[in-house]
Design a protein around this ligand. Sequence first.
Ligand code: ZN
Length: 332
Amino acid sequence: MNEPNLPLKKTALVWSDAFLGHDTGQHVETPNRAVAIREALRSPAVKAERPYVSVQPVSLELLERTHDPRFIAELHRFGAAGGGWVDGDTWLGPDSLEVASLSAGAAVEATRAVIEGRATRAFALGRPPGHHATRDRSMGFCLYNNVAVAANAAHAAGIERIAIVDWDLHHGNGTQDIFYDRRDVLFCSIHEAGNYPGSGWPHELGNERGEGFTLNVPLRPGAGDAAMLRAIDEIFTPAIEAYGPELIMISAGFDAHHLDPLGNLQATELGFAQMADRICQLAEHYCENRVVAVLEGGYDVRALARSTAAVISVLDGAAPAAAIPAAESAHE
Ligand SMILES: [Zn+2]
């Protein structure tokens, strides 16, 4: 449990109305997700005086620390030519690269605010999501890898060890790819076994200098909160304790929720709140409370809004059970 006298500032919530752009048409990764997040930000539980962090487009220099410059140039050429499907399920429309640049920029600005001490914790609430984008490929609704771009920005600012916990339903293959042979990121992913993109097995542990700095826990369909918490407690926590991170980041997807149409991990809002609480306890011990969450998936908009609000309350210092939003009233 957190100490009752923890001197936490309220979590900075990094948001832009521009996330309502990037119109994907009849797609689950839709601007309606941003509408739901905006509603959550206006809810009484979340509305509070908070450190303000503005959203800036990510610089090309920072993008090129994470992505192959030829891939970035090719994506821009594709966009300038009118865009279209980047792969079977990743859409790039007229404003998509601008919005993607802001989504990565939100993760960077959230991270800067925390490492510069303007906020203790921050949550970047952008879309499109990022964790499937590899060094040289957009995929799985993701154009740029927001959390990886932000982690590399933190490295550039002098942070040497970052733990990333990815609890999205899907394996964070892009983040794994980008940091696979490095030890300046400890990448820990929980996901539904066999779901998209099919990677993330326990034997995928990193390569060369990075060996042992990637941890994957694929869970059976239906696994639920208890199994996800066990992965954090029994596999990630000892590794994070041994690693001693200076910053903990969360790839916070909410598609493991039991209402989500894309999977079957059967998590609840309380489960997300409890996972966030475990991470906050680690951050309290190892990195002066510093946690940066970056939104990934979550495709049932009501579950997305409620789960996001619950995690924000925990980042603010609430106990998990107290962080669950009240049930909606009948007129909603
Ligand atoms: Zn996902």
